[in-house]
Write a protein that binds this ligand. Structure first.
Ligand SMILES: Cc1ncc(COP(=O)(O)O)c(C=O)c1O
Length: 390
């Protein structure tokens, strides 16, 4: 099999040089000194998708910079969900725009739980889950994934039973697809989650921000589409797949039995998203399919490239290419670099990765690498990591 990365002229991941990227002022490019190669926070090294750029430019030319209103974003999302995931159940009448996914998560927690209540998460998991849940006055309870990065039904049931016994209104904050492991949960896994949640009276809030980003041949399954998930709530956004984190907007979606909960969302929450954000996210979902496909092909190439590079330069690192997200979860325990290898790679290799331990239980000895970059930068990053160890 030919594993040489394909040269795709249209691939947005090939378009920007390191010099161009270094002119950016966002978190990825301005947190570390200039000599550090940043492959950490979930921003992509791509130019803006053309349909998104056009929608924004038109809005700016018109001075269309007021407050957002209406359901265009949810309608575009419903269309995308039908086309990409074969899911026709996204009911625009049961949606609300929210400022971003994490603020949306906090608002959903306020709707279905109270201060001091338990929020179950599958560690290792997206670091801000710990902070946002804590700041919302809820208590994080970990139900670790298996070594293979899958939801462990036994552990989940034991955890649900424990939080149920603790009283209050427990919630399960599902990350689907899962950050940092890139795990794409199957329909059967999600159905068993829904069954357990129902059995133990645990409400489910699903963070599905990475949903559009799947490997070739894989299909994302929306949590609300599985049997038993009718009282679930989901947060979706074009932010990760089209690199729009700076253009704030996301959508909260309620299942048929959670519509009344979502209807209690205070009106001011939906004043939080930026109008330009809503315009950008809507254009991405409605017209950005070809651009997304080019990025997804580039990410497939990068997963193969990373596999090759690690085999050649860092054979001690364990990496199983994921089926979703643009994140690579690297098990560096065999390198004996301690609990936080990212610190060593940064200090000795001048490459910034995300620290495993910050993702909670199961994160020690790991790093998260952001694959959404050019093959050149990815190659240089692995070379630097190897030089830090050798
Ligand atoms: C799982 C997950 N949820 C939420 C976010 C942040 O989303 P937002 O900027 O819309 O709050 C990220 C960003 O990487 C993420 O990976």
């Amino acid at each position: 099999m030919d594993t040489t990365p394909r040269e795709t002229p249209l691939n947005p991941l090939h378009r920007l040089t390191l010099e161009q990227l270094r002119r950016r002022t966002s978190m990825k490019w301005r947190t570390y000194p200039r000599d550090v190669l940043p492959l950490w926070v979930a921003e992509m090294d791509v130019p803006l998708a053309e349909p998104v750029a056009r929608a924004l430019t038109d809005a700016v030319a018109l001075g269309d910079t007021g407050y957002p209103v209406g359901t265009a974003y949810a309608e575009a999302l419903a269309g995308f969900a039908g086309k990409r995931w074969g899911w026709e159940g996204l009911e625009v009448g049961r949606t609300a725009i929210v400022p971003d996914v994490m603020m949306g998560v906090v608002e959903m927690l306020k709707l279905v739980s109270g201060p001091g209540d338990a929020v179950v998460v599958n560690s290792p998991v997206y670091t801000p889950f710990y902070q946002f849940v804590g700041n919302a006055d809820r208590v994080v309870v970990e139900a670790p994934l298996t070594e293979e990065g899958r939801i462990d039904p036994g552990v989940l049931e034991e955890t649900f039973s424990r939080v149920r016994a603790g009283g209050g209104r427990p919630v399960y904050l599902l990350c689907s697809p899962h950050n940092p492991t890139g795990t794409l949960h199957t329909a059967a896994e999600l159905a068993s989650v829904a069954e357990l949640a129902r059995a133990y009276g645990v409400r489910v809030v699903a963070d599905e921000i990475h949903a559009p980003i799947v490997a070739a041949g894989a299909r994302f399954v929306p949590y609300l589409s599985v049997p038993g998930a009718r009282d679930g709530l989901s947060l979706m956004s074009a932010s990760k797949a089209w690199n729009l984190a700076g253009l704030k907007a996301a959508v909260a979606v309620a299942g048929p039995e959670a519509g009344a909960d979502l209807a209690r969302l205070p009106e001011e929450v939906s004043h939080g998203p930026s109008h330009l954000g809503v315009i950008a996210h809507t254009a991405a979902l409605r017209d950005g399919g070809d651009w997304l496909d080019a990025v997804l092909a580039g990410l497939d190439d990068n997963r193969r490239l990373l596999t090759r590079l690690l085999a050649e330069h860092l054979p001690g690192v364990r990496y199983a290419p994921a089926r979703a997200t643009y994140l690579a979860w690297l098990d560096c325990r065999a390198l004996d670099l301690g609990d936080d290898p990212a610190g060593v790679f940064l200090e000795r290799g001048r490459v910034a990765l995300s620290s495993g331990p910050a993702f909670g239980t199961g994160g020690a000895g790991h790093v998260r690498l952001n694959l959404a970059t050019s093959p050149e930068i990815l190659t240089e990053a692995v070379r630097r990591m190897a030089s830090a160890v050798g």
